[in-house]
Write a protein that binds this ligand. Structure first.
Ligand SMILES: C[S@@+](CC[C@H](N)C(=O)[O-])C[C@H]1O[C@@H](n2cnc3c(N)ncnc32)[C@H](O)[C@@H]1O
Length: 272
């Protein structure tokens, strides 16, 4: 126990040290890193891929991510006058799709334009997605999903698409997204998930671990970032576990729908 008598250090104390180290660590792909370093490391990844992000999404998924996002928007059921907060929104396509869908309804029914705010921790991603957006309807907020810069109970819909697996403290971020949602508001989370059949899992693993980092190398000149993206997908909890995390965070009527055999899943919940 005393200095220099390290051989006598009790086993339980060594075990406690290991446990406390584990508690202060988080997965970054397949590596364990100190919790406080993860957000910065994730930010570096998306800094590097920002310019080629949209192109790489199409290449990696053969454009299928667009269909998944269309289904998210259909479930969100955007209406005139609503406010969407899209968390970890990157280049902002969920916000734009939401506004376009709400405009279609407004053309028929009238009402006020819908509004959206794209949030992301990474300014490079927000900049890479800048288009001729109308600042009256589409705004941006650069902030961590664990500490959203919005008042309580303001959004009709909160979305997070392929973002939650990158967040260090997922329960905290889920509680934040619930906080900003209005009572009766809807939360939708689109994320890569666990394929439901082994027949799919084997080719999917081959594609993910071989083709995607190689494509990242060729298209974005960045193999390492795409290696992280693939690994982070495998570390993310499966459909049922994530649904339980949402319930724990306080969401009501939690459900999920698998897309493309569970390669992606859309989780939904409501604020009471
Ligand atoms: C894979 S991209 C998804 C972008 C977009 N939502 C989409 O569906 O294409 C993940 C995004 O999450 C952002 N992100 C990672 N950690 C975050 C955090 N803690 N808070 C907010 N955004 C975060 C990244 O900067 C990146 O833009």
């Amino acid at each position: 126990m005393s200095y220099g008598s390290f051989k006598l250090e009790p086993v339980c104390s060594a075990a406690m040290n290991t446990k406390s180290t584990q508690q202060n660590e988080e997965s970054f792909g397949f590596r364990r890193v100190p919790k406080q370093m993860k957000a910065g490391m994730v930010r570096e990844v998306f800094d590097r891929v920002a310019e080629r992000y949209d192109l790489m999404n199409d290449v990696m998924s053969f454009g299928v991510h667009r269909l998944w996002k269309n289904m998210l928007i259909a479930r969100a059921n955007p209406q005139p006058g609503q406010l969407l907060i899209d968390v970890a929104g990157g280049t902002g396509d969920i916000s734009r799709r939401f506004l376009a869908a709400a405009e279609k309804v407004r053309a028929r029914k009238g009402g006020l334009p819908a509004r959206a705010c794209t949030n992301d921790i990474n300014a490079e991603m927000l900049f890479a997605g800048r288009k001729d957006d109308d600042p009256e309807t589409l705004t941006h907020a650069c902030a961590n999903a664990e500490c959203l810069p919005f008042a309580d109970d303001i959004a009709d819909v909160v979305t997070i698409s392929f973002g939650i697996r990158n967040v260090t403290d997922k329960p905290k971020s889920l509680r934040e997204m619930l906080r900003v949602l209005k009572p009766g508001g809807r939360f939708l989370c689109l994320e890569f998930s666990k394929p439901t059949s082994q027949m799919l899992e084997i080719p999917y693993d081959l594609w993910s671990f071989n083709a995607i980092p190689a494509l990242g190398d060729v298209v974005a000149d960045d193999r390492e970032s795409y290696q992280y993206l693939v690994e982070s997908i495998r570390k993310f909890p499966n459909q049922k576990t994530f649904a339980e995390m949402m319930t724990q965070a306080g969401f009501a009527k939690v459900s999920f729908t698998n897309f493309t055999g569970g390669i992606a899943a859309l989780h939904m919940g409501w604020k009471r």
